[in-house]
Design a protein around this ligand. Structure first.
Ligand code: AMP
Ligand code: FE
Ligand code: FE
Ligand code: ZN
Length: 304
């Protein structure tokens, strides 16, 4: 392959042949300490700036709480900001994550629905800690909540609290011994139906994108969800090898869905920070932004 044609292919993928981002512009999948990430919005933006990113979306699990602070930091840094959240959902018995972009963070129904899931998450922490206690491991639920210090806590907070209390050495150990599916302290998580999630996002003025399809058994569901209004697919993701990304770009093109991408950075909680490792090409970001603007205009007109 000539260097030119290799470069052309890279442009399509937004990555070089060596996997090093070339035309990268946006990271649309980021978690902060408002869910199970470790960075503050300020730290995310500082790192985004260092990596030369032009647009960032905050996609904390089941919350939009960090978006206000992130918007302020992005404005200061001259970076475009996209309000987001990641909703845990399911379709035909399979778990899948739906990313919401450009939603109104004050939309009443959105706030009400996600706060229900936050309460369920808090209850689930208590159940996981009770199961851990039953095994004779003296973890305190209040210590988990104090460490999480957010409304949308998850298993990584339990794992980190176990380490802090000297009851486990590593995150992997905590997941292997207690928290992984099938382990004694695993508690299933309540999930929104994917169809409801899409509808919830749309009524809040946003776009619904299937997160990291390569990590879930969801390929067969994509056409059906597209018919139900799914707007895009997260083709570029840290855990998608290039062949997987290319396959989803093809899939998206065929179904006229938007192409998105992001690192799914959780700060330091999964070893090294991932921000900067996945970059979405500007053309894809611009299409997403334009689609959101179109949608807002048509909704406004319909209401006049
Ligand atoms: P939850 O939303 O409470 O079910 O927790 C899901 C989070 O736990 C996701 O961010 C996963 O990436 C993370 N997670 C799952 N398995 C592991 C593991 N073995 N080590 C560290 N984090 C993990
Ligand atoms: Fe997470
Ligand atoms: Fe996810
Ligand atoms: Zn995520």
């Amino acid at each position: 392959m000539s260097p030119e044609s290799r470069n052309q292919k890279s442009e399509i993928r937004g990555q070089s042949a060596a996997g090093i981002p070339t035309s990268g512009y946006a990271d649309l999948h980021l978690h902060s300490h408002y869910s199970d990430g470790t960075f503050t919005p300020e730290e995310i933006v500082a790192r985004g700036k260092k990596h030369g990113l032009g647009a960032l979306a905050l996609t904390d699990h089941d919350t939009v709480e960090g978006c206000e602070a992130m918007a302020i930091e992005c404005a200061k840094a001259g970076i475009e900001f996209v309000v987001g959240t990641e909703l845990t959902s399911e379709h035909r018995g399979n778990e899948l994550h739906i990313l919401a972009y450009y939603v109104d963070p004050n939309n009443e129904r959105l706030v009400r629905e996600i706060s229900k899931f936050q309460i369920v998450r808090q209850q689930r922490i208590r159940e996981m800690v009770a199961a851990i206690n039953k095994l004779g491991v003296p973890l305190n639920a209040d210590d988990v909540f104090a460490l999480a210090n957010c409304r949308s806590p998850g298993r990584p907070h339990v794992a980190r609290a176990l380490i802090k209390a000297g009851l486990c050495r590593t995150l992997d150990e905590a997941f292997e011994r207690f928290l992984k599916k099938g382990r004694p302290a695993w508690v299933p998580k309540a999930k929104m139906s994917a169809l409801d999630a899409i509808q919830l996002i749309h009524q809040a003025g946003g776009l619904a994108v299937m997160a990291h399809p390569g990590l879930n058994r969801t390929d067969e569901s994509i056409p059906e969800l597209a018919d139900a209004g799914l707007d895009g697919i997260e083709c570029f993701h840290t855990k998608h090898p290039l062949v997987t990304s290319s396959r989803y770009v093809e899939f998206a093109t065929k179904l006229n869905l938007l192409v998105t991408g992001g690192s799914d950075c959780h700060g330091m909680s999964k070893g090294k920070p991932l921000i900067g490792t996945v970059r979405l090409a500007r053309e894809h970001y611009d299409k997403l932004k334009a689609r959101a603007a179109e949608k807002k205009t048509s909704t406004t007109n319909a209401h006049q």
